[in-house]
Design a protein around this ligand. Sequence first.
Ligand code: NAP
Length: 278
Amino acid sequence: MKKIDANTDIYCILGYPVRHSKSPMMHNKAFEILGINACYVAFEIRPGDLGDAIKSMKALGIKGANITIPFKEDVIPLLDSISDEARDIGAVNTIKNDDGILRGFNTDGVGFVASLKENLINPKGLKVLVLGAGGASRAIVYSLIKEGAHVYISNRTMQKAILLCNQMRQFSTSIQTLDINDITAKDTISDVSLIVNTTSLGLKPDDPLPIPATYLGKQHIVCDIIYKKTPLLKEASRLGIKTIDGSGMLLHQGVIAFEIWTGLQPPVEEMRKQLEVV
Ligand code: NAP
């Protein structure tokens, strides 16, 4: 049991809902192993209360925070500064409190790329189909094109995919939209190496696949950023296709956030084990 005393530093995750989060287990284990007198807790913040919650970080001297659904964008104007990356992505998932100055960062995209690299996948020159154009997609697409991948974006609401593509063109021209319902889409998809689901389809066990199973082939690697075995990952595995779930992204966005807060390299494998605990 962790010893809490009058000098314990507080870190937290702010979100709504947030009670399912595995981040407290992951970060508390890292603090314990490194002998840091700190504690990481989850605060469920009602959507109208975000401003008060952020102000309280200063008042209470909370050292750092992760920001999750639905606040990653709304938090930006409440901070004193944000990193170039967070500005370009348009979302913050990590805050560092530097003696009362709140600085925002985004570690989702780099965390995703780190999870690819630990699976020995180098995004440089890779053709990638990203399904979805929401907040997580923005961070992932940004990091993939910065790493030199060629990205196709598809989304249920294609207008959002077009908007995201246009925003990201300032960073790379290796990006285009693809409507998977288009009759020529199957040919294009057969030529990509990596398919990434960033939609919320797959959170429920009976969700339909975000892409027809007939589009999947042995030349693909199929990744789902949801951190469980989704219907897409199950189907890909059944077809003998290599799969990657979202636990690596969750781990590495946390590892990078920890480094930002403490300046220390956390115990990655011990943190990973915490995510495996049901
Ligand atoms: P978001 O901004 O709300 O975006 C949701 C995306 O899913 C949109 O592209 C949306 O399409 C699509 N979508 C939702 N319902 C759909 C349906 N029935 N059919 C087809 N498409 C549908 O959410 P987000 O923040 O990007 O998060 C997306 C997922 O990523 C969540 O499941 C979340 O748990 C996961 N995530 C994982 C990590 C990690 O560390 N592993 C980090 C962040 C997020 P429309 O634009 O058409 O609505």
